[in-house]
Design a protein around this ligand. Sequence first.
Ligand code: ZN
Length: 222
Amino acid sequence: MMRHANPEANSHSCRCCHRFPERTIHLGRCTVIGKVLNRLWQVAGVTLPPSPALNLFALGPDGPLASGIIAFHLIVWKFILISFTQVDLAGTRFVPDEVWKGAVRRYISRVERLKVVVRTRVLLAEGRGEQPSLDKENELTAPFGAFRSDGYFRWSEVMWSEIKSLELTRFVAPDPAAAPNASLATGHGRRPPPVSPTHATGLASMRAVFRNIAFEASRRQG
Ligand SMILES: [Zn+2]
């Protein structure tokens, strides 16, 4: 509940900036909350002038932003509101850097879950000799990263450097197929970390299993 409308609140001023009455419209203008959202706009490459509509609803002058940005924006707001309520409930401070870091960590785990789903889909399709379209998945993760046609995910350069600067790389699962052209993900021309041989072998055997399953299924149908 907004402090402005809460008769029990000991102050009516915004619990983030302490400068303005805490109304919903203020949350879209609050410079402290803006520090969190500006990090999102930066990694998303959004250069629109700041406005309450942009900050609150991811709405630009031409309508809603891309669906991948909207999905991340929702996560960011979830973390803003959690931290926001804790100021009154737990007496903590609203620290924009921490809120942003929490949101990025959650976003990484979303992508990690999607990575597993996509890889399984690609392996199953490969077993049938098909190549699935990953357009939908890529729409979900754009512009923060994209799946290659073989199902492996690469973070955008700007997002990957953000993950590195927040020291969150340990939450990104190693990608066994990333080694040949990981320059996008590792950035700055640095050599990618060596691929674990067991991981790569595990993947190859998984591929073989899926191929066998598909073969058996087609034989039973035929
Ligand atoms: Zn404020």
